[in-house]
Ligand binder design. Structure first.
Ligand code: GLU
Ligand code: MG
Length: 466
């Protein structure tokens, strides 16, 4: 699918897509794919699905599959709220699979997966479609000659649930080879399945928390990276299940422990040049590279509501947990919400990127992409600059020192970040009122849902939701 502007499903586009759909269906049938899972991510960060037999792909490609818009106000516990523009039982949308991303699933034989764009019955892009929003922001950047390359890191805890208690699938130490030996077949099968599905896995390692693992995949176009993030997680889930385990991508798996991050790496390019390297600024940043980073950094209090959107997110987003709990930047500083990764000498022009560490995997990756690009572009149009770099753990600085360096702790609750998001004109304009209000409504409903819950209760009720 093109990323160059609004797509309208007029009569000829429907015919073209249906034709392509029938070709893809033939290839899938040859590969013995019987069913296709058409997936989208809702405002609670949950991947929802409608599935079709492969023989229906021709029609689905041109006309889509019906779905209610009410899913935009689904809450993490499957209760349903409402919002200013979206909500209620009326209306219908069409889920239209992106044929370029139809992927046979290695760990679910006979199944394929495809992300969908959501259209109105009239064939126009739906105002609540987060994938369309991400694509619109990519196109806004490309009109300024800017191309972003993105990858999402995926951390998860693998184990089982014993009456609400998480039981890790391995006992070995953090980053320990013991864990890789304990889960040797599992780890290999996860990586093989991801690679068989056309995604380049760069590395796999045991993480810090009990039973925690991580996979990094290669950067690519932003919408493709968000799709990868969805597909990688569903693949990990499917392989886990084959081994009798569950995979938790929740921000907090055990209250008080180190959580799962969903760090986003982003580099910005113009005319084939990485704007975070080879320039006259600090660590080789160009003026536009720094301005983009400055736009993201100053918008972080609001962005956190998008990238750390659940009540559980704030159990993870605490100092000295490598979660990036402070609104600051620093070269290779793993306690800074915005880490500048310069890469090693000799490859900085290729590798330099910004890592947004404060985000987690309860976020909708398409909203994350669109919001990061929107705030970065706002930084460029304002000629933003970065404040002083923070080295070391900001928790060691006094309030006065933090203030002097323009740094402060990011939100400590969803309520706090929601207030910052409500005040963000940039994000309201970028998302458009219907999407923005529906997203806020889901946040407010989740705050209410867990108003009286203890951290342990929040964790037990959300551990397996995303
Ligand atoms: N698990 C940490 C988090 O919550 C991140 C660890 C790391 O730096 O990779 O984000
Ligand atoms: Mg990690």
């Amino acid at each position: 699918m093109t990323e160059s502007g609004p797509v309208v499903l007029d009569a000829s586009e429907r015919v073209r897509r249906s034709h392509l759909g029938s070709e893809v269906a033939l290839r899938l049938a040859d590969a013995e794919v019987a069913m296709i899972a058409l997936c989208w991510v809702d405002n609670a960060g949950i991947t929802r699905v409608k599935a079709i037999p492969t023989g229906r792909l021709e029609r689905a490609a041109g006309w889509g599959i019906g779905m209610s818009p009410v899913f935009d106000v689904f809450v993490v516990d499957d209760s349903i709220t409402t919002s200013k523009h979206i909500g209620g039982p009326g209306g219908d949308l069409r889920l239209v699979p992106d044929l370029d991303r139809v992927t046979p699933l290695a760990a679910q034989p006979g199944w394929a997966w495809a992300p969908v764009d959501r259209f109105t019955q009239e064939g126009t892009g739906y105002v609540g479609c987060s994938r369309t929003f991400a694509r619109q922001m990519v196109s806004r950047a490309s009109k300024q000659g800017l191309i972003a390359q993105v990858s999402f890191e995926v951390e998860w805890a693998v184990g089982t649930d014993d009456n609400g208690t998480f039981v890790p699938a391995c006992a070995g130490p953090a980053y320990g080879m013991t864990r890789v030996i304990e889960l040797s077949d599992y780890g290999r099968e996860v990586v093989e399945a991801i690679e068989q599905q056309g995604i380049v896995a760069e590395q796999f390692h045991p993480e810090y928390a009990d039973g925690q693992m991580e996979i990094s995949v290669s950067p690519r176009d932003p919408v493709g990276a968000a799709d990868d993030s969805v597909l990688v997680r569903q693949t990990i889930r499917a392989v886990s299940q084959r081994h009798g385990f569950q995979a938790s991508f929740a921000p907090s798996v055990v209250a008080g422990g180190v959580g799962n991050g969903g760090h986003v790496h982003l580099s910005l390019w113009r005319d084939g040049q990485n704007l975070l390297a080879g320039g006259p600024g600090r660590y080789g940043m160009t003026a536009d590279g720094e301005a983009f980073a400055g736009g993201v950094l100053s918008a972080l209090p609001a962005l956190v509501a998008v990238g750390a959107p659940s009540v559980a997110s704030y159990l993870r987003l605490v100092p000295s947990h490598w979660a990036g709990a402070y609104q600051c930047w620093g070269r290779e500083n793993r306690e800074a919400a915005l880490r500048l990764v310069t890469g090693s000498s000799g490859e900085q022009d290729v590798r330099a990127n910004l890592e947004v560490k404060c985000f987690d995997l309860s976020a909708n990756p398409y909203l994350v992409i669109g919001s990061l690009i929107a705030t970065g572009l706002a930084g460029i149009s304002e000629g933003a600059t970065l404040p002083g770099e923070i080295t070391g753990d900001p928790v060691s600085l006094s309030e006065a020192e933090l203030a002097e360096r323009g740094t402060r702790r990011l939100a400590q609750s969803l309520g706090e970040s929601v207030s910052a998001l409500e005040a963000s004109d940039v994000l309201r304009e970028a998302m458009g009122d219907p999407m923005f209000e529906a997203f806020l409504a889901v946040r407010r409903a989740e705050i209410e849902l867990f108003a009286d819950a203890s951290p342990a209760d929040v964790v037990a009720r959300t551990r397996w939701r995303w």
